[in-house]
Design a protein around this ligand. Sequence first.
Ligand SMILES: *[C@@H]1O[C@H](CO)[C@@H](O)[C@H](O)[C@H]1NC(C)=O
Ligand SMILES: *[C@@H]1O[C@H](CO)[C@@H](O)[C@H](O)[C@H]1NC(C)=O
Ligand SMILES: *[C@@H]1O[C@H](CO)[C@@H](O)[C@H](O)[C@H]1NC(C)=O
Ligand SMILES: *[C@@H]1O[C@H](CO)[C@@H](O)[C@H](O)[C@H]1NC(C)=O
Ligand SMILES: [Fe+2]
Length: 485
Amino acid sequence: MTPAVTGTESTLPRIILTSFVLLSFLRSGNAAGITSTFIRSEYPSVDIPLNNKVFAVPKGYNAPQQLHITQGDYDGKAVIISWVTANEPGDSKVQYGTSAKKYEFSAKGVVTNYTFYQYKSGYIHHCLVEGLEYDTKYYYKIGNGDSSREFWFTTPPKIDPNSHYTFGIIGDLGQTFNSLSTLEHYMKSSGQAVLFVGDLSYADRYQYNEVGLRWDTWARFIEQSTAYQPWMWSAGNHEIDYMPYMGEVTPFKNYLHRYATPHLASNSSNPLWYAIRRASAHIIVLSSYSPFVKYTPQWRWLAEELKRVDREKTPWLIVLMHVPLYNSNDVHYMEGESMRAVFERWFIQYKVDVVFAGHVHAYERSYRISNIRYNVTSGYQYPIPDKSAPVYITVGDGGNQEGLAGRFRNPQPDYSAFREASYGHSTLELINRTHALYHWNRNDDGKKTAMDAFILDNQYWSANHRRRKLKKHNVRKTMDEIAMY
Ligand SMILES: *[C@@H]1O[C@H](CO)[C@@H](O)[C@H](O)[C@H]1NC(C)=O
Ligand SMILES: *[C@@H]1O[C@H](CO)[C@@H](O)[C@H](O)[C@H]1NC(C)=O
Ligand SMILES: *[C@@H]1O[C@H](CO)[C@@H](O)[C@H](O)[C@H]1NC(C)=O
Ligand SMILES: *[C@@H]1O[C@H](CO)[C@@H](O)[C@H](O)[C@H]1NC(C)=O
Ligand SMILES: [Fe+2]
């Protein structure tokens, strides 16, 4: 968000007003979608050179590097702290407490290492720090003596339908100057945790020993954010690292060694799919590149997880995946169809609020639409307005070295509300159980510009409100009003 839209008391009314203007436009019948004509000046889409300071190794023998944290349990009272030591394993201890320099507690983690071709990883530590208080700032220290480093993070408010919380949403980040611009802009927002929609380092653009090295540089690059607030990970195609030409055929080897997820807390059998609850949100993370058809572990897990969602406690139901189910860009067109055929029905049934995806290097947002009435023998051919459907948002625009996906299909399909091929990130501010404020922030080649902004009505609580309204008012008219949104 720009400084003007941080959600402070003074600016919020203005934003809400602007958003209502946009909303009323969206609601006026079958409003045509917008294909932005913004032209960005070209930044070179090349990776930042290895000697740049964003990749600097911290000083000191065996100093901990590549610090990143993620939620460590189901409800936000634990974090997993991960880091790498280069010279020797060292100890996997985290010292922590609620005031700086005074570390009352400590936790012990585990250490692992692996090879990728002839590259040997550093010693990768993962430490679960649990039993934390909600809504509390913790300071933590890793390492010993001159090489030790100190950081802090803040735990989320307790699980409550009216907990206020702001998520950032970033995808397909990579390690170019555009990636850096996205990261810096995100860090100026009021985002408290990141929902990452896959494709982290783009290290698989390299070969042989450089693959592992670029996983290391990426983690040093993002440490400026990930050491201080949790990033919730989901895996994209650039995490697969299937490279038979150099004998590396175990999918997700680099990713799974380095990025932990709290999958056991949601009874998932695999770190690639899991769920967490945080503040007023229930967040479900799916893997586009793991089996998901009927009877597979991911399918069975999701069926169970959706039953655990309690909208009275966590009004906001958010799904993350890498491959978008709705995408009108030429790039990756229809790649999400297979998952859509399997899961879309459930998203409607459980009234998911919003589905975030990446993969396509552009921004796109849909209206509330569904295509579940289509089937191979009969039914509607096209997606239709569906007030129970989620909004689908693609934010694969983090800024990696593959550049932007500039060619959208014409004409813009009816379901597509807004699309633009620029770099950026999104923020979702959950205000209370009925309202959330959403922004897509275009980097604008150096400046941060909030472009697509609107108020997201909660699918569960607002729908209850609507049902009450329907009894009082003319049903037909109300249905028309809400049909598109
Ligand atoms: C892991 O580290 C140990 C201790 O330095 C070393 O002996 C071993 O070869 C390493 N394993 C791999 C897979 O690199
Ligand atoms: C996971 O399963 C265990 C054992 O069946 C159960 O006690 C626990 O509540 C489950 N966790 C969740 C998040 O449902
Ligand atoms: C296929 O579509 C038709 C027409 O909408 C519907 O009656 C039928 O139930 C659908 N079948 C399945 C298996 O979804
Ligand atoms: C939620 O916040 C919005 C915007 O500030 C406000 O209009 C609405 O009344 C609030 N709803 C509840 C249930 O507090
Ligand atoms: Fe991708």
